[in-house]
Design a protein around this ligand. Structure first.
Ligand code: HEM
Length: 203
């Protein structure tokens, strides 16, 4: 990843993280359906928003090769924070997914995303515990590609509304579109260049 690409990831990730913090802290902020979730599922929602926001903001810095090389201790502690954030966010998401808007298609889309988010992150953590750094990097790239679904969802959804698509079917498609292509892109990078994939933000 070139420096400009990494900066774009930091800016977009931090922007959506700030949005999630606002939904978490401001009682009347966010789309109308969030008010219903607040009324019934405030703990899973809070876990999801706090964990998701932290994962999105912290994870972007983990992609910076200069930071990794010069401050390995910072990378290690941010990494631990990222894992705790994803576990918290994914558990919350797993509870929210079966009640998501627009039925079984989004339940499965968001539910599969929550499982894959948790699974890739735990795999990345286990890899680094056994000192398998290449595998660690590949799994953590997959994990952050899934964290970044939060950004892509909030790109695709307004675009679908701007071009006049009906909300229901769009939301169903986007519950998959926000993460499957992210994962495919990372998978292509991992297959092509397993050793050098991560990440040349410092160039
Ligand atoms: C990657 C795995 C994720 C999954 C499976 C997931 C799943 C969900 C689900 C099911 C909902 C409720 C939607 C509905 O009821 O229709 C939701 C809402 C929400 N999520 Fe996530 N999410 C994920 C990541 C994130 C991340 C990383 C953030 C961080 C910014 C985030 C921020 C939000 C916000 C702010 C809402 C409230 C709705 C809104 O204002 O758009 N999510 N999420």
């Amino acid at each position: 990843m070139r420096r400009s690409g990494w900066i774009a990831v930091v800016v977009l990730g931090s922007g959506i993280a700030a949005y999630a913090v606002a939904v978490l802290l401001l009682p009347n902020f966010g789309p109308p359906f969030v008010a219903k979730i607040r009324a019934h599922l405030v703990i899973p929602l809070s876990m999801h928003l706090a964990g998701g926001a932290l994962a999105l903001a912290v994870g972007a810095w983990q992609l910076n090769s200069r930071l990794r090389q010069r401050q390995p201790l910072v990378h290690r502690w941010l990494g631990r924070l990222y894992v705790v954030a994803v576990v918290t966010g994914a558990l919350g998401a797993g509870i929210l997914a079966p009640g998501s808007q627009e039925g079984i298609v989004t339940h499965l889309g968001f539910g599969s995303l929550a499982i894959a988010w948790l699974g890739t992150t735990i795999a990345g953590y286990r890899a680094v515990r056994r000192r398998d750094l290449i595998s660690h990097r590949c799994w953590m790239l997959r994990s952050y590609a899934l964290t970044f679904a939060a950004v892509m969802l909030r790109v695709y959804l307004p675009l679908s509304q701007i071009v006049g698509l009906p909300f229901g079917p769009s939301y169903q498609v986007i519950s998959w579109l926000c993460w499957v292509p992210n994962l495919l892109v990372v998978e292509m990078l991992v297959i092509q260049r397993p050793r050098v994939v991560p990440i040349e933000a410092a160039t």
